[in-house]
Write a protein that binds this ligand. Structure first.
Ligand code: SAH
Ligand code: SF4
Ligand code: F3S
Length: 470
């Protein structure tokens, strides 16, 4: 497979930071501090990218707002995973024309996975003339030079999406949360599941150096973070491209060895690369949360093959059994696609059988959405949408029942939870997470956010648990 990864030299990132400082000198002379409004769609990878973009913006002198009307710079970080996601973004970008009319000085910038698709970038250029800047995922590290150029020349910028995937270290971050943090350990994906756009929008797999990841985790723990999620599209293949190979299990263990009370989570895992070694590492590392998000997409072997998932249903189930043998109460979640081209209702029922056997705690379920340029987009897709919807509803109904039963089994138990926020639901003071990441709402007093506390679970529904502090 071609290796197109480009490691960005530290001096190049330094140059971007110097540009931030030049912009900061400029913005300091404006009558009031400029605000930036950053909106993020899509997965945690995009959230993590937005934290870097905010890091750059803060260094340029921008403050932050959620209100586009108050912003001098609007940045939308987009997701291309399903058509619905793209339509939503385009709708919202279209609306921004009114903001631009009221305030011609505002800079409207679009980035992320959609902008890595050449036809989307072209469409924005032609039909959304109020957009000032478009850049894809690979150009993120050069955001300051693009802003500098916009502020000086005021002409629209369209970054060519054919730039190679890169790894850039040393970009500042402004994190959104004080308790939970994301740490990207790798970028891109080599799997080319036949329905998926990610390998095209994120490029080939590339792993960050383990020392830099461990330094970041150590720093986060020192800053008081309690819940750290290692991110990648397929974390199980971490390290394959490193000069001195280190696999994902080794990395997890090294994170676990960092002193402090905190939890390590990770996502996403691919069944074909989830190994016995990984399961043993999870079982023996106290800080690694007892949970696994392991997408299986479909329960029928023919469908899995056309999806290019490179595992069978039985291989998947075998891995789940092996993991449950080591961690009996492991929390399991998965992603499922209903209505893949050519999937019959009978084949779909194999997916239901997997649900019944595994009994996931929760699922992320999607109806197939054709993505231009992926093999599945040109496959024969005879099933009418109503039938796909009917199948989808059966799936959701079954999972709701299982989730409700699994949650009900917590009632009466005392669980050590991490209090991670203030509850927006009346009657509850805090939200918390079980080690397996199930949501708990609870009552209590004091400044408890960020603390691990024992919670007795008193009630449950299909979405969450309810409890009292012990
Ligand atoms: N790298 C992760 C997640 C990728 S995207 C993984 O491999 O599991 C998250 C989920 O979106 C996928 O697991 C899949 O269930 C869903 N998805 C991806 N492409 C899709 C498409 N074209 N239509 C519907 N769902 C899709
Ligand atoms: Fe997409 Fe498959 Fe890669 Fe996940 S593993 S990002 S589903 S191609
Ligand atoms: Fe979406 Fe890109 Fe993530 S397509 S799901 S934001 S990798």
């Amino acid at each position: 497979m071609e290796k197109t990864t480009r490691t960005i030299a530290p001096a190049e990132v330094e140059r971007q930071l110097a540009l931030c400082d030049q912009i900061a000198e400029l913005t300091a002379q404006w009558p009031e501090q400029p605000l930036a409004c950053v909106h993020t769609y899509g997965c945690q990878q995009n959230e993590a990218d937005s934290e870097q973009l905010r890091g750059y913006l803060a260094r340029m002198g921008y403050g932050f707002t959620d209100d586009p009307e108050k912003a001098r710079l609007i940045l939308i970080n987009t997701c291309a995973i399903r058509e619905h996601a793209e339509q939503r973004v385009l709708g919202n970008v279209g609306q921004l024309i009114h903001v631009k009319r009221r305030n011609p000085d505002v800079l409207i910038c679009l980035c992320g996975c959609m902008m890595q698709e050449p036809q989307v970038a072209q469409k924005i250029k032609e039909s959304y003339r109020h957009v000032d800047l478009v850049f894809g995922t690979h150009a993120l590290w050069r955001f300051p030079e693009m802003v500098k150029s916009l502020l000086t020349h005021r002409s629209r910028i369209f970054q060519s999406p054919d730039e190679a995937g890169s790894i850039a270290e040393g970009i500042p971050v402004v994190r959104q949360d004080k308790v939970k943090a994301w740490v990207s350990i790798m970028y891109g994906c080599n799997n080319f599941c036949s329905y998926c756009i990610v390998p095209y929008t994120r490029g080939r797999e590339r792993s960050r150096q383990p020392q830099l990841i461990l330094d970041e985790v150590r720093q986060l723990v020192a800053e008081g973070y309690k819940d750290i999620t290692l991110l990648g599209q397929n974390v199980n293949s971490y390290g394959k491209d490193l000069a001195e190979p280190m696999d994902f299990s080794d990395l997890l263990r090294a994170c676990n060895d960092i002193p402090g009370e905190f939890l390590i989570r990770f996502m996403t895992s691919h069944p074909k690369d989830a190994t016995q070694k990984l399961f043993e590492t999870m079982a023996s590392c106290a800080k690694v949360a007892p949970m696994l998000h392991l997408p299986f997409q479909a329960g029928n072997d023919r469908v899995l093959k056309v999806m290019n998932r490179r595992h069978t249903r039985e291989q998947y189930l075998e891995k789940i059994r092996a993991l449950k043998a080591l961690i009996p109460d492991v929390v399991l979640t998965s992603d499922i696609i209903v209505g893949f081209p050519g999937e019959t209702t009978e084949e779909f029922e194999d997916t239901l059988k997997v649900l019944e056997e595994v009994r996931f705690d929760a699922l992320f379920t999607f109806i197939f959405s054709p993505r231009a340029g992926t093999p599945a987009a040109s496959m024969d897709d005879p099933m009418p949408r109503e039938q796909k919807l009917a199948n989808f509803n059966r799936l959701v109904e079954l999972q709701d029942k299982i989730s409700e039963e699994k949650h009900a089994a917590y009632i009466g138990k005392t669980v050590r939870c991490l209090i991670d926020g203030v509850s927006d639901e009346p009657g509850f003071d805090f939200t918390a997470r079980t080690p397996g990441n199930r949501l708990v709402r609870l009552t209590g007093q004091g400044d408890l956010v960020g603390q691990f506390c024992d919670v007795t679970i008193t009630a449950a529904n299909k979405w969450s648990l309810f409890g009292q502090l012990v």
